[in-house]
Write a protein that binds this ligand. Structure first.
Ligand code: NAD
Length: 495
C-alpha cells in the first residue's frame, strides 16, 4: 500500500498522510493540512492532516472497541504479529530506509541503522511470551499469592521528528503484546514512518483498531493527554514539551513516562587511546547530524589531549556533507544551530571547524556542516543548552574532578561517557556522573535490548525506562491474586 519508490536521494513526491483509525485511512475532521518537507531538498514531498479532539475521540473509540478482543487473544498469539512484522520490515527494509531518509534528511546508512534498531525492538516484543510470566508463592499455610501483569486498556504514544520509525517501536511492541490498544501521534514533520508501520502491522495481522495513528500537532497531543479513557501516555521529545505533557497528564492521575532533551558530556582523559577516541567522539557528534538525544555535545578535554583534538579536526574536515552527514530538519533549526556557533565565537570560543553556510550540490535544503568549537567556557550557551545539531563544544578542564563538576552542573542527564585506558579512572568517573546512560570508550551509549533506555534529571519525567523489560512494566499493571483451596486446620493471620 502506498509504496515509496525512491532508491536514491533524488527528490520524489509522496501521498497525503491521513489518520489510521479502526483499520482505515481517513481525513481529519477539521480539514487542515501541513506540508511534509524533504529537508535535503527543502521541498514539500507531501501533506499531512492536522487532527483535533474530534479525531482523537474517534481513534479512542476504535481502540476501546478493539480492546476486549485483543486482550482476550493469548499473549503468544499477540506476539506472533511481531514475528510477522519483523519479517515484513526486513522485506521492506530498502523502502523504510529511503522513506525515512527523505522525510527526515538522514543519510542512507544512518537511516538504515535506525530501521534496524527498530527491528531489534520488535524482536524484544516478540520474545515477551518467554519472559513476561508472573510470579507465585505460597505465602502462608494453604494460601497462595500470584502476580500477573495485565494490560491497562487504551494507551497513547507521542514521538519526535528525529527517529520516525525507531522511537514508535520503543513503545509499540511491549504495549501491544501486553494486550493494550494504542493511539500513536507521530511528529507532524515526519509522519510517513508511522504510516508505513501502520500498514505493516495490518499486513502482519494486527486486528483493526488495536493500533491507531492520529496526525497533528499540539491540539492532538492535548486531546490525547486530556482524554479520560487513555490510561497511560509515553512521550519522547524536547524537555519543554515533556514537562508540559507530564504536568498536564499528572493532573488527571495518568500513568506517564516523558523522555526529554539532552546535553551529553564526553570526558576525555589524557591517557585515552587517540585513534579510538577521535573516531568515536566525531561519530557521536555528527551521526544523524547531531539530531539525536544521545549525540556528544560537550567534550570535556582533561589536561593535554591536543593530539586527540588534532585528529578529530582532521576527521571532521574530511567528512562529506550529504554523504557522511545528512540535512537539518528545518530552517528554524538551522538558524538556532548557527546562532549558538555565532554566540560562542563572539564570546571568545575558537571555531576549529566551521559548518556555517555549508551547502550540498544539487540539494538546496537545510544544512549545517560539522562544527568544532574549542575553548568554550561552561557558562556559554553552547556548553550548557541543547543545540540539537552537528556542533561539538570543547571545554578544557585541568582535572577529572573539574570535568565531573561541569557534567554534574548540567540540568540534563541522558548520557555521559569517559574515554580512558585506565579502569580505575573509568570507574571513578562512571560512579560520579549524573546521567542514566553511560559509556566507557563508547560515544553513543545506547543500551540495547533487553536493557532499557532512559536518562536522568530533566531528560526524563516519570519512573522507569521506555524499552526493554521496563517498557513491559510501564504498559502493564500487576494483579495480585491471593487464594485458598482448603480450610486450613490451624488458624493463620489470613483466617
Ligand atoms: P518536540 O518536543 O518539539 O516534539 C515532540 C512531539 O511533541 C511531537 O509529536 C510534536 O508534534 C509534539 N509537540 C510539539 N510542541 C508541542 C506542544 N507545545 N504541546 C504538545 N505537543 C507538542 O521535539 P522534536 O523537535 O520533535 O524532537 C527533538 C527533541 O526530542 C530533542 O530535544 C531531543 O533531545 C528529544 N529526544 C529525546 C529522546 C530521549 O530518548 N530522551 C529521544 C529522541 C528525541
Amino acid at each position: 500500500m502506498f509504496p515509496f519508490a525512491a532508491r536514491s536521494y533524488d527528490f520524489v513526491p509522496y501521498v497525503e498522510c491521513r489518520n489510521w483509525i479502526g483499520g482505515e485511512w481517513c481525513a481529519a475532521a477539521g480539514g487542515e493540512e501541513l506540508e511534509v518537507i524533504n529537508p535535503r531538498h527543502g521541498r514539500a514531498m507531501g501533506r499531512v492532516v492536522v487532527s483535533g479532539a474530534e479525531d482523537v475521540e474517534r481513534a479512542v473509540a476504535a481502540a476501546r472497541a478493539a480492546f476486549p478482543g485483543w486482550r482476550a487473544t493469548p499473549l503468544k498469539d499477540r506476539a506472533q504479529v511481531l514475528y510477522r512484522l519483523k519479517q515484513l520490515m526486513e522485506r521492506d527494509l530498502e523502502e523504510l530506509t529511503w522513506l525515512l531518509s527523505h522525510e527526515n534528511g538522514k543519510v542512507y546508512g544512518q537511516a538504515r541503522g535506525s530501521v534496524l534498531k527498530g527491528i531489534e525492538c520488535v524482536e524484544y516484543g516478540a520474545s515477551l511470551p518467554n519472559i513476561a510470566q508472573g510470579t507465585q508463592l505460597d505465602v502462608s499455610r494453604g494460601i497462595n499469592c500470584e502476580v500477573t501483569y495485565e494490560p491497562l486498556g487504551v494507551c497513547a504514544g507521542i514521538v519526535p521528528f528525529n527517529f520516525p520509525t525507531m522511537v514508535p517501536l520503543w513503545m509499540l511492541p511491549q504495549a501491544l503484546v501486553s494486550g493494550n490498544t494504542f493511539v500513536l501521534k507521530p511528529s507532524e514533520q515526519v509522519p510517513y514512518g508511522a504510516m508505513k508501520l501502520a500498514t505493516l502491522f495490518a499486513e502482519a495481522g494486527l486486528p483493526a483498531g488495536v493500533l491507531n495513528v492520529v496526525n497533528g500537532t499540539r491540539a492532538a497531543v492535548e486531546a490525547l493527554v486530556d482524554h479520560e479513557e487513555i490510561r497511560a501516555v509515553a512521550f519522547v521529545g524536547s524537555t519543554r514539551v515533556a514537562r508540559l505533557v507530564y504536568a498536564r497528564g499528572a493532573k488527571q492521575g495518568k500513568r506517564l513516562l516523558c523522555l526529554g532533551g539532552a546535553k551529553n558530556h564526553l570526558i576525555v582523559a589524557p591517557d585515552a587511546d587517540p585513534e579510538l577516541t577521535a573516531e568515536t567522539v566525531v561519530a557521536s557528534s555528527y551521526g544523524c547530524a547531531g539530531q539525536r538525544c544521545m549525540a556528544a555535545s560537550v567534550m570535556l578535554a582533561v589536561g593535554d589531549v591536543q593530539g586527540i583534538i588534532d585528529r578529530m579536526v582532521a576527521r571532521t574536515q574530511a567528512m562529506e556533507l550529504g554523504g557522511d552527514m545528512g540535512a537539518i530538519i528545518n530552517p528554524a533549526a538551522v538558524e538556532r544551530i548557527v546562532g549558538y556557533i555565532d554566540a560562542a565565537e563572539r564570546a571568545g570560543a575558537k571555531v576549529l571547524v566551521d559548518g556555517r553556510g555549508a551547502r550540498v550540490a544539487g540539494a538546496p535544503g537545510y544544512w549545517v556542516g560539522p562544527t568544532i568549537l574549542d575553548h568554550v567556557t561552561p557558562e556559554m550557551p553552547a556548553a550548557c543548552e541543547e543545540i540539537f545539531g552537528p556542533v561539538l563544544s570543547i571545554v578544557r578542564t585541568p582535572s577529572i574532578d573539574d570535568a565531573i563538576a561541569i557534567e554534574n552542573s548540567n540540568p540534563y542527564g541522558n548520557a555521559a561517557a569517559i574515554f580512558t585506558t585506565s579502569g580505575a579512572v573509568a570507574r571513578y568517573v562512571i560512579e560520579r556522573v549524573s546521567a542514566g546512560m553511560c559509556g566507557v570508550n563508547i560515544g553513543v551509549p545506547v543500551p540495547r535490548e533487553p536493557f532499557s533506555f532512559g536518562g536522568w534529571n530533566q531528560s526524563k519525567f516519570g519512573h522507569g525506562d521506555v524499552t526493554g523489560y521496563d517498557g513491559f512494566r510501564f504498559w502493564t499493571r500487576p494483579r495480585k491474586v491471593t487464594s485458598r483451596w482448603e480450610i486450613a486446620k490451624d488458624a493463620t493471620w489470613m483466617s
